[in-house]
Write a new protein. Structure first.
Length: 327
């Protein structure tokens, strides 16, 4: 009768493996069974339920000496990477958006800007306007008044974007001296032939959306960004089913947005560039809105912006809206 090769019990071998792993992970090397022999139970299946899925190994053959050490050496960096990822606390998407809204500390603002709309044929049309805002970002009243060219001079859009109240908008057309309220179903229409809809021309209320972090790795204009999904809390809060937002990790400002319609089709893309601080508040000098289906775009160029000049409440009423000569 031939001498049987010495066998290590299954329980003893697994315990040795666990001790070895602990030492390798914590940075010291415990004594190993010499020569780290695997149990001689050919054909049986062993599964080590260790803390990381990458280190679970099913063995259906008699391992050779050194097998375990080589596997730990190649697998351990992956395990450490997974451990670091598990310990990383992802930032809260709602808090990121709150920082975007908080950074605008103005009580009122006045913009003078130009819109350049390019159609499919490449024809460019320019419109100049003045935008005034009273209140904080996402809890404000805004008035947009066009000054040039002559055919749109005096046209005004008054928007109320207040917490706890539905958005309200009124459009005044001086040619017919008429003010009419924008119905909810009209918010998705283009505003005066531009690529901005009526809804896009108003500020969005922070509480009207839920927020979810989608990623942290996208780089836009050299800045690493957070990618956030915003969904309206109810269909009446927005024409869009969802919006993807990109916020730089070092600047609390939305530099890119993708808008999706109710069929989950991407319909608009907004890019904000030329970031700078004015009176301690981040702004973008250039906003480009593209209508992806129609293949048109509108570029909004901010020529001048002033904060906290003391605008009065009476400037943001329907009566003031109808004073087309007030710029």
């Amino acid at each position: 009768m031939k001498n049987a090769s010495p066998k290590v019990s299954l329980v003893t071998w697994i315990r040795s493996v666990a001790v070895t792993l602990q030492g390798l992970i914590l940075g010291f090397t415990p004594a190993l069974p010499s020569p780290l022999e695997a149990p001689a139970f050919a054909g049986e299946v062993i599964q080590l339920a260790l803390p990381w899925p990458e280190m679970v190994k099913a063995v259906e053959y008699r391992p050779q000496p050194g097998w375990f050490r080589s596997k730990v050496k190649t697998r351990l960096p992956t395990a450490k990477t997974r451990l670091a990822a598990a310990l990383h606390t992802a930032p809260d998407a709602r808090q990121i958006m709150e920082s975007v809204y908080r950074q605008d500390t103005s009580r009122d603002a006045t913009w003078r800007a130009v819109m350049e709309t390019t159609d499919k044929k490449g024809t460019v049309r320019r419109k100049k306007f003045v935008l005034r805002k009273l209140g904080s970002l996402g809890n404000s009243k805004t008035l947009v008044r066009f000054t040039d060219p002559a055919e749109v001079r005096g046209v005004g859009l008054l928007s109320y974007n207040l917490k706890g109240a539905g958005d309200r908008q009124w459009l005044y057309t001086p040619a017919i001296q008429r003010t009419r309220r924008i119905a909810p179903q009209e918010r998705q229409r283009r505003f005066l032939g531009t690529d901005f809809t009526h809804e896009d021309m108003a500020e969005r209320v922070l509480e009207d959306f839920t927020y979810r972090l989608l990623g942290e790795g996208d780089v836009i204009d050299g800045r690493r960004t957070y990618k956030i999904e915003a969904r309206p809390i109810s269909p009446d809060k927005s024409q869009y089913k969802l919006v993807h937002l990109w916020v730089p990790q070092d600047i609390p400002y939305v530099v890119q947005a993708e808008m999706y319609d109710q069929r989950s089709q991407k319909v608009r893309l907004l890019r904000a560039t030329g970031l700078e601080k004015v009176s301690g508040i981040w702004i973008a000098r250039r906003l480009e809105m593209s209508s992806l289906i129609e293949a048109t775009k509108t570029v909004l160029l901010v020529e001048e912006i002033r904060f906290n000049t003391g605008l009065k409440e009476e400037l943001f009423t329907q009566q003031a809206l109808e004073k087309a000569d007030v710029f």
